[in-house]
Design a protein around this ligand. Structure first.
Ligand code: ADP
Ligand code: MG
Length: 224
């Protein structure tokens, strides 16, 4: 049985700037296993966000491949890749990106509504209970604390039951106590839903609680 869900093969990436090329990824290879909670750590500028964007089908690497369930993401036509991003991937970013004019409930259901899929009320109830959002569903995002907003963003990422959740420093805007809480809730929700998560952070303490840690330095990766 192949338990590899996603494979990064020799990923390299360079940004083109006025001053020339800025290398950001240098032949990064690793496997992500089903149901794994993988942390990626490393100092600012080492390439974590660039890597996550490549894994998430948001930006093609300069060279190398990303295989999700054996499918080469960047070999897909644009429309198919966009559809795969909406249905198979969940994203959580440092900025919560909730829509202020919608309720928390509608924000969470948005990825389904955009895809004309029926909301699964039972799953919504389960997820929001796990993330401590049940009493907050009818509020607007501006009526939530930072930690609560990020928990809503996590529910939105999980509601589609994606193959992989990609989280880029989701606690970067939160104080320590809220960071620990948000991390714990994402970890527990992911485990209970049998979700696979890639969690980027520069917080070594949080990373230590993951199933496995990959350390990045100067665009390269090494297993910790
Ligand atoms: P991290 O998320 O680990 O802080 P990034 O992936 O954002 O690192 O950045 C990796 C490298 O690429 C850094 O040297 C950074 O300055 C550079 N970089 C990131 N985004 C851009 C961009 N849009 N244009 C040019 N260089 C960039
Ligand atoms: Mg970053």
């Amino acid at each position: 049985m192949d338990s590899v869900l996603l494979k990064a093969q020799e990923l390299s990436y360079s940004y083109h700037t006025l001053n020339g090329e800025t290398p950001a990824l240098d032949r990064v290879s690793f496997c992500l296993y089903r149901k794994e909670f993988l942390a990626i750590v490393g100092p600012s500028g080492c390439g974590k966000s660039t890597l996550l964007q490549a894994l998430g089908g948001l930006d093609a690497p300069t060279s190398g491949k990303v295989l999700l369930e054996g499918q080469d993401l960047y070999a897909l036509p644009d429309a198919a890749l966009a559809r795969l991003r909406r249905t198979r991937l969940g994203f959580v970013f440092q900025a919560f990106h909730l829509l202020p004019e919608y309720t928390v409930r509608d924000n969470i259901l948005l990825p389904l509504l955009l895809d004309k899929r029926e909301p699964d009320e039972e799953y919504l109830a389960l997820l929001t209970r796990q993330l401590g959002l049940t009493a907050l569903l009818q509020r607007q995002p501006t009526q939530l604390s930072g930690g609560q907003q990020q928990r809503a963003a996590i529910a939105r990422a999980l509601i589609t039951r994606p193959a992989v959740v990609l989280a880029d420093e989701p606690t970067g805007n939160l104080d320590h106590q809220n960071s620990v809480e948000v991390f714990r809730l994402l970890r527990e929700a992911a485990a209970q839903q049998h979700q696979t998560v890639v969690y980027v952070t520069h917080d070594q303490g949080l990373a230590a609680q993951a199933d496995r840690v990959l350390r990045m330095q100067d665009g390269r990766i090494e297993e910790a």
